[in-house]
Design a protein around this ligand. Structure first.
Ligand code: ADE
Length: 270
């Protein structure tokens, strides 16, 4: 069973989020387990303080290194190892690639949440990596840890009820997802694209692929530029990025025409 451990001053965040929806069901089914280490339990102070004024002056408080490092060490021993990620706006920007890597490389994920004006720099030496969920500042690392935890956990075997959905989704190959529709076929005058109602699997697959590519081009041009070299000639033709190669006439049969990249075009497209 895979384990996720949150190191935080606010365990309430995790009990709420991990107890419901898909995570809650995965925990109930026994495929996922989570724990929370309360940093305050490792305070050396009789007032249970975990923060102090910054050396050099300035506003706000900084999280002290002793309780944080002791809490991280406790989490590491509880998880018998595991990858330790400190949530901080100074970290690497979290992406689906990080989620995939973390889901593969670790049986236990330990997410450490900072608070106040930041964490004493010396804590960095006790974590494996530092991550941010985006270029904005939250009041603490808890929401960021939940985002990372959710994105990683859902890739662990058995966490999602339907494993296929983890593969066929936005970002699994880098492209944005194609548009999805369900009943009714017409909603307030807006009809579902007819190709989805035709029952022709090949045409549906081709339409979806083109939609993914076009949507990425429109909405995420920087991602599109990055992925452009991965498109096949056929896909570039489908999406109008490349002119259609001249069609080769066949003398016999009527079973489809080979295009110049060797792919068959369905008869109905001739
Ligand atoms: N802590 C505060 N802001 C954060 C962010 N954007 N990502 C990760 N941790 C944070």
């Amino acid at each position: 069973m895979r384990h996720i451990c949150f190191v935080s001053l606010f365990p309430e965040y995790f009990e709420a989020a991990m107890g419901c929806s898909i995570m809650g069901r995965a925990v109930a089914r026994g495929v996922l387990d989570y724990s929370v280490v309360q940093i305050r339990d490792f305070s050396l102070d009789r007032h249970r303080r975990v923060d102090d004024a910054p050396y050099g002056g300035g506003a706000g408080l900084v999280m002290k290194p002793e309780p944080m490092v002791a809490a991280i060490e406790s989490a590491r021993s509880r998880c018998q190892g595991g990858r330790v990620v400190l949530m901080t706006p100074q970290g690497a920007v979290f992406s689906q690639q990080h989620a995939r890597r973390l889901s593969r490389e670790t049986e236990a994920l330990i997410l450490v949440c900072g608070h106040y004006e930041g964490v004493d720099e010396r804590v960095s030496g006790y974590v494996d990596e530092e991550m941010t969920i985006g270029d904005y500042v939250l009041t603490g690392g808890e929401l960021a840890a939940l985002v990372v935890g959710d994105a990683v956990c859902r890739l662990w075997p058995g966490v999602l009820g339907n494993e296929a959905s983890a593969v066929e989704e936005s970002f699994s190959e880098g492209w944005l997802e194609y548009p999805q529709y369900t009943r009714p076929a017409c909603f307030r005058g807006e009809a579902v694209p007819s190709v989805l109602l035709g029952g022709h699997h090949g045409e549906v697959a081709r339409w979806r692929r083109c939609q993914s590519i076009e949507r990425t081009r429109e909405r995420r041009p920087e991602l599109f530029e990055q992925l452009l070299p991965t498109l096949s000639l056929q896909e570039r033709v489908w999406t109008g990025l490349e002119p259609a190669p001249p069609k080769v006439r066949r003398r016999h049969g009527n079973h489809g025409v080979s295009s110049s990249d060797g792919q068959k075009t369905p008869d109905r497209e001739k």
